[in-house]
Structures are given as structure tokens and as C-alpha cells.
Design a protein around this ligand. Structure first.
Ligand SMILES: C[S@@+](CC[C@H](N)C(=O)[O-])C[C@H]1O[C@@H](n2cnc3c(N)ncnc32)[C@H](O)[C@@H]1O
Length: 280
């Protein structure tokens, strides 16, 4: 069977199952099977696929038709300038989180040596992206999920920055190690009763632990701010990602915990997303 024919079959199944990006997803999954990038696939649509590859492709299509995110099927997600290993134990890195990375990099000179803590590190995408570009800095990533920490360590290894980062499986509430120049966090911030309104891809497949911000959506934001005020150096900076409608209340929580000069930055979709705040 030719690539073109199998692609059409895959797209058709996904379309029938209401997957919006049916053509693109079919192409990405076939590229993964034939171990070529998408452009190579599209330039060689008359090439033929063998039986083993065909079986593997339809296995992927079956997973995708049940709304499993593409990144969990391929096992990787592009974020900032790297490819991160992901699985069902971690949130898939989001483009809006790149705003936080960009803001952190703006604050660190290329040669400066800062100590950085990433709270709720997940795949490690934030801290590893920063350390990749600021080679004199060192970092610590913590997460309440043991499996997330395993994956973050794996990502540090494949990106060759294991020697400048440590990962700990810990609840931020019980973490007392070190004092940091910068603390970064994309905490869970979805209201408990709004999780069921999220896209099926997210609500049925991504870890609840990474989404659930408690009844009002602020329980983890409050916790991270309170603990950061103890773990941060004087004049240190806290970088937070929050929901687009959570900035006003978050600014108030920051003020009540001794943070000042807060600045809100919009993401690429022009939504309020990132807050940078300095400790008194
Ligand atoms: C929204 S995800 C962010 C993951 C990653 N930093 C990113 O931006 O893609 C939040 C992460 O916080 C972790 N987490 C939730 N509660 C925590 C707690 N009390 N202490 C430490 N980590 C926590 C979750 O396991 C999850 O990995």
C-alpha cells in the first residue's frame, strides 16, 4: 500500500471519530512509523509501506481516535528549542509556557550564575529550557509525582545537562532545601469543577495532578507563592504562569506574601499569562 493511500485511510478514521486535525495527525503518526519527518513523507507519497508498519500505524490511529494526545502516542513534544520525552505522567508542555521561559531568559545575563528552582517541574521543560541557554546557572526541579521526576531526569540526560540540575520527588509544602535567585512555576490552576469542561484529549488523558487547582483554582498558586517567599533570596524573582483570568487575585496573594513590583506578561495569544514578582 502507498503512503498516500494509508494516510487517507488514517485521516478518514480520525475524521469519523471527530478528531479535528485528522489530516495532520494521520501524517504525524505515519512519519513516526516510517521514521522520517513530515516533509519527507509528503515528498514521497508513492512509496510503499510494509505490513508491519501498516499494523503499527493503525494501532496509533486507534489510540488517536480515542482522543489520546499525539504527543503521548509519539512520546515527544517540541518545546522552546528542544524535544521533550513525555508520557501520561506529565502535562504535555504548552506553547503558552514558552512565555515564562522567555521572560526568565530576559532576566539572566548569558554569563551570570543564578540558582533556580522549578516547582511542579513535570517533564522538566521549563528548567531544562532555561539551563540549556544559560550555561553558568544551576537548577533544582521538584514535583509531587514520582513518575514525573523520573521523566524529568531522563530529559536532563538526553539534553546533556544532568550535571547542572537536580530533581527531587517532593511536595512543595514539605520542601525546605536551599535559597534561590529565581523560582519558576506553572502550577495546576484549573478549578476542580471545570476540569470536566476541558477538551477530551486533556481531561481523559493528562494527569489530574497537573491540572487540579482545587475548588477555586488557587490552592496550588497560593501554596507556591507562600513557600516561594521562604525559599527565595532577598530581591529574588518569582515567575508564575496562571490562568488568563487569575492575574488580579494572584497579584493580591503576591503582595500579601512580601512580593512587589509585579508585572503581568501576555502570551502569544495576547492573554494575561505570566507574572514576574520581586521579593522584598
Ligand atoms: C501544570 S503542571 C506543569 C508541568 C511543567 N512544569 C510544565 O509547565 O509543562 C503542574 C505540575 O505540578 C505538580 N504538582 C502538583 N502539586 C504539587 C505539589 N504540591 N508540590 C509539587 N509539585 C506539584 C504536578 O505533578 C505537575 O507536574
Amino acid at each position: 500500500m502507498k503512503y498516500q493511500e494509508i494516510l487517507n485511510q488514517g485521516s478518514k478514521i480520525l475524521k469519523l471519530n471527530n478528531i479535528k486535525s485528522y489530516n495532520l495527525d494521520s501524517e504525524i503518526l505515519l512519519s513516526k512509523i516510517i521514521k522520517k519527518d513530515r516533509s519527507q513523507l509528503l515528498l514521497n507519497l508513492d512509496n510503499k509501506i510494509d505490513e508491519i508498519q501498516k499494523k503499527a500505524f493503525f494501532k496509533y490511529i486507534n489510540r488517536r481516535k480515542k482522543n489520546e494526545p499525539i504527543a503521548y502516542i509519539t512520546g515527544f513534544k517540541e518545546f522552546w528549542k528542544n524535544s521533550f520525552r513525555v508520557n501520561k505522567d506529565v502535562l504535555i508542555p504548552r506553547p503558552e509556557t514558552e512565555t515564562l521561559v522567555e521572560q526568565v531568559l530576559n532576566e539572566i545575563d548569558i554569563m551570570s550564575k543564578k540558582t533556580i528552582l522549578d516547582v511542579g517541574t513535570g517533564s522538566g521543560c521549563i528548567i531544562l529550557s532555561v539551563l540549556n541557554e544559560r550555561r553558568k546557572c544551576t537548577g533544582v526541579g521538584i514535583d509531587i509525582s514520582k513518575n514525573a521526576i523520573k521523566l524529568a531526569k531522563y530529559n536532563a540526560k538526553i539534553q546533556h545537562i544532568k550535571n547542572r540540575v537536580k530533581f527531587f520527588n517532593s511536595d512543595i509544602d514539605n520542601f525546605y532545601t536551599g535559597k534561590y535567585d529565581f523560582i519558576l512555576s506553572n502550577p495546576p490552576y484549573i478549578k476542580l469543577n471545570e476540569i470536566s469542561d476541558l477538551d477530551k484529549d486533556v481531561r481523559n488523558h493528562e494527569p489530574k495532578l497537573a491540572l487540579n487547582g482545587g475548588i477555586d483554582g488557587y490552592s496550588k498558586i497560593k501554596l507556591v507563592i507562600k513557600k516561594s517567599s521562604e525559599l527565595i533570596k532577598k530581591r529574588g524573582k518569582l515567575f508564575l504562569e496562571v490562568g488568563f483570568n487569575q492575574t488580579i487575585k494572584t497579584l493580591e496573594i503576591l503582595k500579601n506574601n512580601g512580593f512587589q513590583n509585579s508585572m503581568v506578561v501576555k502570551d502569544l495569544a495576547k492573554k494575561n499569562r505570566c507574572i514576574i514578582s520581586t521579593k522584598n
